[in-house]
Design a protein around this ligand. Structure first.
Ligand SMILES: Nc1ncnc2c1ncn2[C@@H]1O[C@H](COP(=O)(O)OP(=O)(O)O)[C@@H](O)[C@H]1O
Ligand SMILES: [Mg+2]
Length: 243
């Protein structure tokens, strides 16, 4: 059985003429898997997501999606193939209302009847958005904006979602809600590669955990094992050493 949907082989990448930030990274993602990348600031976690999404073109290596290499494709082509990138900075159209944001999300779909159906479908998943259809996205609460971001992604029926720091700037109860949505999305067969500063929270919703440092994968294990490993707790999960 080969249920690997995404496979990074020996990926090296950096910005402009700068040094290599990712150094020979290998990583796989399976269908329906939630994989959480943790590691210190500047480790290259966001850079991995950008290299997969085509925002940054790898200098070396392959990014195989269903066995086809994505390296060299433009970001919009990668998105069209079924990989949706949710960057850290929460890109919504603040001055468009919820309905317009949803229509914009599906602008690449030529079949507008199909798009209308998908929007109706997504509004049953996020009923709060149905009540907010004519509200400007920028005036909604953080939690509602987060739901709109997920809704916009789901409309494209992606096979993979790359999510950078979903908990950033959200109140604790909203963080819980966001991870609940992430788990539900994965249960529909979508694979999720997640970067999360709140490592404990990210790992507890994930199947596997990857620790990154200095542009390299240090190791990968079951998320539970990562959570329970004392050395990792000390190094990466902020557990104080007991005297
Ligand atoms: N747009 C950019 N241009 C140049 N260097 C960048 C850019 N974005 C990130 N970097 C550098 O790449 C390294 C890894 O960054 P990043 O992937 O954002 O780390 P993380 O997400 O793990 O905190 C850092 O040293 C950072 O300064
Ligand atoms: Mg980052």
């Amino acid at each position: 059985m080969n249920d690997v949907i995404l496979k990074l082989n020996n990926v090296t990448a950096g910005y402009q003429n700068g040094p290599d930030i990712l150094k020979s990274v290998d990583l796989t993602l399976k269908k329906g898997e939630i994989k959480c990348i943790i590691g210190p600031n500047g480790a290259g976690k966001s850079t991995i997501l950008k290299a997969i999404a085509g925002i940054l073109r790898p200098r070396n290596g392959n990014v195989l999606f269903n066995d086809r290499d994505l390296v060299g494709l433009e970001a919009y082509e990668i998105m069209r193939q079924g990989i949706c990138f949710l960057p850290q900075d929460r890109a919504l159209f603040d001055t468009l209302n919820v309905s317009e944001n949803l229509w914009m999300a599906g602008y690449t779909l030529h079949d507008k009847k199909e798009l209308k159906l998908r929007i109706e479908e997504v509004l049953t998943v996020f009923p709060i958005l149905k009540k907010r259809l004519s509200q400007y996205a920028g005036t909604m609460s953080g939690g509602e904006q987060q739901q709109l971001i997920f809704a916009r992604a789901i409309i494209l029926k992606p096979q993979i979602m790359l999510i950078d720091e979903p908990s950033l700037g959200l109140a604790p109860s909203i963080v819980e809600q966001a991870f609940k949505h992430i788990e539900e999305i994965a249960l529909t067969g979508v694979s999720i590669l997640l970067v999360e500063q709140n490592a404990r929270r990210g790992l507890s919703s994930s199947h596997t955990g990857v620790v990154m440092d200095l542009g390299q994968v240090v190791f990968e294990k079951d998320a539970k094992e990562v959570l329970n490993d004392e050395r990792i707790q000390e190094l990466y999960l902020g557990k104080r050493k007991s005297k």
